[in-house]
Each structure stands twice: as C-alpha cells, then as structure tokens.
Design a protein around this ligand. Structure first.
Ligand SMILES: Cc1cc2nc3c(=O)[nH]c(=O)nc-3n(C[C@H](O)[C@H](O)[C@H](O)COP(=O)(O)OP(=O)(O)OC[C@H]3O[C@@H](n4cnc5c(N)ncnc54)[C@H](O)[C@@H]3O)c2cc1C
Length: 435
C-alpha cells in the first residue's frame, strides 16, 4: 500500500528522534515522526529515576568528549553545534527551569519531573507542525537500487538513495530523507529493541556488536548481603589486571544477584566492555576514600587498642554496615569471632588492604532489561560526524543511541541524543528531492 510522503521521516520518538524532528521542522521541512509504541519519550520519562538528568553542566567540549570513551571524538562537532545551553534555552522557552546538582554537575528540571521535559518537547513538535504517528513500527528503510555517483577515487560508483520507509503491514511512506533514531537495546519495554541495527545493516551499514552498559553486575557469593548499601565510597574497575576508566565516588548496593547502585553503574561501563572482550573483571571498593592508605593501619590499631575486648566486627561498624561485616572479614581472611586484642600485625595489614580495596570478581552483566545504555551499534566510520549522514546511502541519517557511542552516567547520554538529533534533523531538512 502506498501512503503519505514527507520531506523528512524520523524513525523513533525518543530524545534523539524528537530533537531531530524539531530541528528539521525548524528548517521549514515537512516532518513525519514515526514511533512504534503508544507514546513519545518513554525513556526520557523514566530517566534519572523519573527526574531526568537531561544534560551535564560541563561546558568544555574536550572534557565532555572524554565522558564517551573511545568514540567520543565523533561527537565533538555535534556537541559544539547543539550545546547544553541550546537545550536549556529551548526548554526555558517552554517554561522548564533547571538546576545543577553537585558534585557531578548533573542537570535536572527544577520540578524534578521528567514528564515536564517530554511535555515541553511534545509542545515544541506541535508548534513546529511536526506530524506525529504513534503505533507506527517501521521495519525497513526503502532505498532505490543505486544510481551512478562519484567515488573518492574518481571512478563512478553505484550509490543508493533513500526513498522512504516501510511500516509493518507493508505501508510505505515516501521521503527525501530518513533519520533513524531507534535507540539501542537497553530497557526494551521502552520500545527500544534494536530495530535500527537490522534496518541499517540491510542497507549496507556495518553494525558493531552491542552489549549493555550502565548496568548492574553479577557477582557470586553476595546473596547474604542483598539489600546492604555502601554509602560514600569510591571504586575502580580492573579489567585484565589493569585499571580501566576513572575512579568514581558514590553509593553501591548489594542485590540478590550482585551489585548495583550509582557507583556500580558508572564502573559498569568499563567492566561490561571488559566482559564483552572476554577479559577478567573485578571492582574494587575503597570504603575509606578520605583516609590515605598509609593512615588506615594506624586507624585500625587505634580502634582495636581502644576496644581490645570487642570483636573486630564491632569496630568495623564505623566503616561499613553491620550486616556486611561478616562477609567483609571473611574476604580479608579473618574470622568474625576474632577479638581486637588478638589481631596480629599481618591480619591488620590484610584488614587495611581490604578497607581500601574490597574486591569483587565480576561474573557478568545483569541484562539489557536493567541497562540504561547500549554500547556498540552503527559503526561511526560510516557516518559523517558533521551531518550524521550515512556515507553509504544518500538521504539517510542516524541519531542517538543507535550509533556506536555511549557515555557515563551524568546526563551525557541524553546530551548525545539531543546534539546528534539536532544536527541530523537540520541536515536532513536540506536534502534535495521531491516532496
Ligand atoms: C532507566 C534509564 C534511566 C536513564 N537515565 C538517564 C539520565 O538520567 N540521563 C541520561 O543522560 N541518560 C539516561 N538514560 C539513557 C538515555 O535515556 C538514552 O541514552 C537516551 O534516551 C537515548 O535516546 P534515543 O532517542 O537515542 O533512544 P530511545 O530513547 O531508546 O528512543 C528510541 C525510540 O525509537 C522507538 N523505536 C524503536 N524501534 C522503532 C521502530 N522500528 N519504528 C518506530 N519507532 C521505533 C522506540 O520505541 C523509542 O521510542 C537512561 C536510560 C534508562 C533506560
């Protein structure tokens, strides 16, 4: 069945897709936004625990780029073209005020309601005349068979061009440009089930393997600690025996399968990447981040001296929850029945080491269901970072998490979606072609 036409069709109504549609419509293009589920911006609405950490206060683009790892440089142009200030201005125009939270510069709506952000974007789409269709799952990008075009070497090569998209049920929507903003595979209940990867591959794009990032981690032998929180600690990820990624501070939480909490999600980015590469991974927790390593032995000596008849587990109560003391002592090689007066120098050293570096061997990640982000995706080498246009198919663009770039916790992933969406949408609007 042949259906509608629009100059720009945006596939996926998440952060990247909504922003792409807003930007394309701002250039005067007729825009159709196709969303598979019943609603736009589901993931925005649940982000940041329902508060939406919509961007980060960091203004230095080089510092921002470092928060996306190896492929971060690919985002540099987009992060300059559509900055956090541009986002905040757009939202302020819709009455959304924001606040910055220390220590990591996370930006939230002052209302603490993520749904306000979704509503503001929906209003912007409406006012810019974007046609939105929900319950509209796209299954294929339609391209023509290939027309002669110049290749870098000067020889004539066949280049295919986008002519539209096909929806489930075989409806075809014609378009001069298509922006694929279907997200990754994380949190599939949001509608992001990796459809964009298959669409991209079908038209000749390389798709790098994907795995969950910013995800709880599986650890053996921690079931007894389920529900225990370690607050205000620091942690590092060790991959293949080497420090991987920065040291972060925050809270960790033991679950029935292993570890979660804000600190663990940060560390999981390096950890999951290591697991994906088949390397041994451990997390190390520093329970006393403000105490230098050389001072910890003295601290234990003082505490043991002041309470020599007590069990060691009792003096540990100052450093970690009581319910975690037994497992902690076992990990340091001490019996929970050990009294302070009997602790040997060797045991004290082991205790000090464990307090500064309580180590957990990571067995795996939890699942895409519990992951905030997907690592991997459409290969950046085949996307032009100035426009987010496909280097393979004319008129095709990518935006957001479907691309092989992912960031740490802190508003970086949403900012990547806003920036890439904006650049792709504007460029798509200028595509020559009928409509
Ligand atoms: C629980 C959770 C909390 C998070 N918190 C934060 C946070 O506080 N700050 C932050 O920066 N990041 C956060 N993130 C990550 C951030 O939400 C994502 O990186 C970002 O939303 C990705 O935007 P996107 O538009 O690329 O993809 P998505 O938001 O995944 O949107 C893709 C859209 O495409 C639609 N779609 C998929 N396939 C099709 C198809 N075939 N046809 C039509 N439509 C389709 C989907 O239904 C979906 O609506 C969080 C993620 C989760 C899961």
């Amino acid at each position: 069945m042949r259906g509608a036409r629009a100059r720009v069709v945006v596939v996926g109504g998440g952060a990247a897709g909504m922003m792409a549609a807003i930007a394309a419509a701002g250039e005067g293009a007729s825009v159709l936004l196709l969303e598979k589920t019943a609603q736009l911006g589901f993931k925005i609405a649940i982000s940041g625990g329902g508060r939406c950490n919509l961007t980060n206060a960091e203004s230095d683009v080089r510092a921002l780029v470092s928060m996306y790892g190896g492929n971060g440089r690919f985002l540099q142009g987009a992060l300059r073209a559509f900055t956090k200030d541009d986002l905040l201005e757009l939202l302020a125009g819709r009455g959304i005020q924001t606040k910055v939270e220390a220590p990591y510069g996370k930006v939230f709506p002052t209302s603490d309601r993520a749904s306000d952000v979704v509503a503001a974007l929906e209003a912007e789409l409406r006012d810019r005349g974007v046609e939105v269709r929900c319950h509209a799952p796209v299954c294929r990008i339609r391209v023509n068979a290939g027309t002669p075009g110049g290749s870098p070497g000067g020889a004539m090569a066949l280049r295919s061009r986008v002519i539209g998209v096909e929806l489930e049920g075989r409806e075809v929507v014609g378009a001069a440009a298509v922006v694929v903003a279907t997200g990754g595979r994380s949190c599939p209940r949001s509608g992001s089930t990796g459809d964009g990867y298959a669409m991209a591959a079908e038209v000749g794009h390389r798709v790098e393997p994907v795995w969950p990032s910013l995800v709880p981690l599986r650890v053996a032998g921690t079931r007894a600690l389920s529900g225990v929180a370690l607050r205000g600690i620091a942690g590092t990820a060790i991959v293949g025996g080497k420090l991987a990624g920065p040291r972060f501070e925050g809270d960790a939480l033991f679950t029935h399968f292993g570890l979660s909490g804000p600190l663990v999600l940060q560390l999981s980015r390096a950890a999951a990447s290591g697991l994906h590469r088949g390397l041994p991974v451990e997390l190390r927790f520093d329970l006393l981040p403000l105490v230098p390593a050389e001072a910890v032995d003295r601290l234990i000596q003082d505490r043991c001296g002041a309470a020599s008849r007590s069990l060691v587990s009792k003096i540990l109560a100052d450093f970690l929850p009581r319910s975690a003391a037994e497992v902690f002592l076992q990990s340091a090689g001490l019996s929970p029945e050990r009294r302070c007066a009997d602790v040997t120098r060797q045991e004290r050293t082991a205790l000090a080491r464990a307090l500064k570096s309580w180590s957990f061997a990571i067995e795996g990640w939890h699942s895409f269901d519990g992951a905030e982000v997907t690592a991997g995706g459409v290969a950046v080498a085949e996307i032009d970072p100035r426009t987010f246009a496909s280097r393979k198919v004319d008129g095709l663009y990518f935006a957001g998490e479907v691309i092989d770039v992912d960031g740490y916790v802190g508003g970086y992933n949403l900012q990547a979606a806003w920036s890439t969406g904006w650049v792709a949408g504007r460029a798509a609007a200028t595509q020559p072609g009928p409509v």
